[in-house]
Structure formats: structure tokens, C-alpha cells
Design a protein around this ligand. Structure first.
Ligand SMILES: N[C@@H](CCC(=O)N[C@@H](CS)C(=O)NCC(=O)O)C(=O)O
Length: 194
């Protein structure tokens, strides 16, 4: 079904949030129209901490999707919700193995790499350890480790060794977008420049 007959999609989002990017990319891949409510994560200490936003998402995180009276959080849950509600342009392959592979790649970013580099984690590290911790080095370390493994899996895919043929490039970019756009970009870009 198209988005036209299914009610307004509203996304609470911040332009630099990689989790919100995942959902925005999924929305665009599925050609769905949506309204954006910006939540500035930095200005005035971060709008995610306001009671108004906490009443929408008690976790104080973007993205949040509102649809037909439902309030949905967690980017991967939102992407799968969109895929289930709106059939055209599927994000996941039609077979169970393909779906497991796509989910695995996406979760490697969403559950392993991203949480360690999140704003609140970096703030805590700086608050606790100050100059003793180099947050850029910290981010680069976890991103490098994660993306080395992902690149290796994709190389296997390119050489036809691991059966990744059914993984749509868009699905992966929804999970791994913005890998070059953080402060540690320079380090990573050199290593993952294809
Ligand atoms: N696992 C969550 C992560 C959401 C998340 O961490 N969002 C970040 C932006 S990328 C955020 O809102 N951070 C606010 C903060 O750290 O204060 C998801 O995938 O949706």
C-alpha cells in the first residue's frame, strides 16, 4: 500500500544523527512522504532532554516515528515497521537467509558500532575522564574495528563467496550511512575508500 492512504508519517529527527539517517534512508528507499520534527541534540544542552520530548520518547533519543497514533522508537524497529506496513520497494530480501544477512549487517552498525560512539556516551567519557580520553581516537577505534569486519563480509559478497547477492545496496547503506562524516572521518576514509 502507498503512504497516501495510510496516514501521516512524522519523524522526530536530527540531521547529524546516524540512527535518524537509517530511518530517513528507509523512508526514501520506500518512496514514502513524511513530515520532520527537528530535535536539536546539541543546542541549549540538547532538546532531547526537554520534558516535551521525553514525553514522546522517555529514552531521550531520536529517531521517533509517529504513525496512525502509534509512537515508535529504535531505528531498526522503525525500518522493519515501514517495510511491513508499506509493501512496495521492500527493504529486506524475500528469503529467510537473505533477511538474516541484511539484519546481521545492519545490527553490526546499530548495536555494536553506534552505541559506543553516541553523544551521551562521549559526554560521559569526557565528564569522567576529561583530557585522559581522546574521544576521536575512541570513536575511530570502534568504527574501524566494526567496518573492517563489514568490509570483509562485503568483499566475500563481491567475490560470490558468502551468498550476499540478495542484499540490496540500499539496505546496507541505511545501516552504515554516514560512516565518513564524523570527526574520525579522515582516519576511516583512508581505510574504506572504495
Ligand atoms: N539504538 C537507537 C539509538 C538512537 C540514538 O542513539 N540516537 C542518538 C542520535 S544518533 C541520540 O538521540 N542521542 C542523544 C544523546 O545521546 O543525548 C536507534 O537505533 O534508534
Amino acid at each position: 500500500m502507498s503512504s497516501e492512504g495510510r496516514g501521516q508519517l512524522t519523524l522526530y529527527s536530527y540531521w547529524r544523527s546516524s540512527a535518524a539517517y537509517r530511518v530517513r534512508i528507509a523512508l526514501y528507499l520506500k518512496k514514502l512522504r513524511f513530515k520532520t520534527i527537528p530535535v536539536h541534540l546539541v543546542k541549549q544542552g540538547g532538546e532531547q532532554h526537554n520534558e516535551t520530548f521525553r514525553s514522546v520518547n522517555p529514552q531521550g533519543l531520536v529517531p521517533v516515528l509517529e504513525h496512525e497514533g502509534h509512537v515508535l522508537t529504535q531505528s531498526m524497529a522503525i525500518c522493519e515497521y515501514l517495510d511491513e506496513c508499506f509493501e512496495p520497494y521492500p527493504l529486506l530480501p524475500s528469503n529467510p537467509t537473505g533477511r538474516a544477512r541484511v539484519r546481521s549487517l545492519a545490527l553490526q552498525v546499530a548495536c555494536e558500532i553506534h552505541p559506543l560512539n553516541n553523544l551521551r556516551v562521549l559526554k560521559f567519557l569526557k565528564g569522567q575522564y576529561g583530557e585522559a580520553v581522546d574521544s576521536v581516537e575512541w570513536m575511530a577505534h570502534w568504527m574501524n574495528e566494526g567496518f573492517v569486519a563489514i568490509e570483509r563480509q562485503l568483499n566475500d559478497r563481491c567475490s560470490g563467496q558468502s551468498g550476499y547477492d540478495d542484499v540490496r545496496p540500499g539496505c546496507l547503506s541505511a545501516s552504515s550511512c554516514r560512516r565518513y562524516t564524523t570527526q574520525s572521518a579522515t582516519v576511516l576514509k583512508c581505510q574504506f575508500s572504495r
